[in-house]
Design a protein around this ligand. Sequence first.
Ligand SMILES: Cc1ncc(COP(=O)(O)O)c(C=O)c1O
Length: 498
Amino acid sequence: MSDIFQFNGAAGSGWSQPEPILMDAVETVPESLRRTNLPEWPRASEPELVRHYTWLSQRNFGIDTGFYPLGSCTMKHNPRINERIVQLPGIDRIHPLQPEHQIQGLLAIFYEMQNMLEICSGMDQVTLQPVAGAQGEFTAIRCIQEYHRSNGENHRDKVIVPDSAHGTNPASAAMCGYDIVEIPSGEDGRINLDALRAAVGEDTAAMMITNPSTLGIFEPEIAEAAEIVHTAGGQMYYDGANFNAILGKTDPGRMGFDAVHYNLHKTFSQPHGGGGPGSGPIGVKSHLAAYLPSPLVDRESVEDGGATGDGYRYFWRTPDKTIGKVQQWHGNAGAVVRAWAFYRRYGRELELMSEHAVLNANYLRHRIMNPDSSTLERIPAMPVDGAPAEVVKHEFTLSMQPLKETTGVTGKDIAKRLLDYGYMSPTLYFPMIVPECLMIEPTETESREVLDKFAEDFLAVLAEDAEIVTTAPHNTDVRRVDEVWAARNLILRHPGSE
Ligand SMILES: Cc1ncc(COP(=O)(O)O)c(C=O)c1O
């Protein structure tokens, strides 16, 4: 693979480094720590540089390139207006250490975002500090842990998760030192209340659950589950990664939850993928608010109208029994501002977003599961619906097990072959309770034409010769990679660097 270090200045250099201004300071670095050789920086001319990065960008697949049905990741369009707003000088050119009176505008946005998230989740206080869903989970479980400790309930050392849970749920609880109790889902893929009753006890600290679940189905007995856990003295944690299905329709507060995280980078359109940047705010009911990480944004009325003219002065506040900081500065400010812009743009129409997300998922599921008879004749084995429910929410799962048994073609083969057709592959082998699982989430920002074409291509792949599918992808820059090798043998430095 070609990289930026291939350029050596033969075509001239687009830019040269200025001499260090603080030569005196350089002199103070101890001799033993100084470089003996000059670093070998790449030296590219401007056209070389532009071509290089354009070439790199074209080797990548993103939501701006094509349909990205990666289940549980909510890869929706990122409106460009959000980028314009986040680049306004009053937002883009400020430093996190600037005094409060100089950043009243940003603090007002933070405050409003906290408030809007409180309203749509039915929680009493939100913090914007965590920068990923998983970090939000960890933060909220730490607050729950401190709450139990301050009630003298140190013995509560177990967190319950259903077997359909996202892997980050048990991982976050384990990082807080909890033991994990996994409960099996019922035959309909939903939470099994009898299994829950058998699992709760005096040692239950919390239950973590996603609703709609990772099978894309809503848990109608969620209030009963909350009552079972609360009666045992535990707390209810709502994994809000699937908020795209319920926003404006219902909220975790109403379902009986005590804490929730949001994935702003999913539901609220912050660009993500490739590891970030994300934002995973959490909301809690009032009994947990004192433990939230510091600082939060608060406000007080002022007579002179305040710097933003809305009658308030905004300031950072540290909750009384805070668990401390979970992130440097104040979280991912840019991600919060983009999400705020998205939220303000939708306003009260936010529930339309969820309606369309659910409609699109059900439409695509129907198109795939009900091909016309001539297509069906060519498919050796149809997938099994992973969610035995009439209607799903924002995503659905398909099991490729029958295809594997009939032809040897696996879910992974289908996922790889879809790359050849110009799609990102669906989420693979998750949730683990569905054998040979593909998880598909179209989001609300795709048109009916895109969904029709994807269904047609998906069915075409199912009907293809096994040899073509099992050796896919054929048209991508990189063919099949050995993911296990890549994960076990991390190469984190440029091969040329020492
Ligand atoms: C259901 C669910 N919970 C939690 C997470 C974790 O979120 P993040 O990737 O932002 O850490 C994800 C991410 O895919 C998810 O799908």
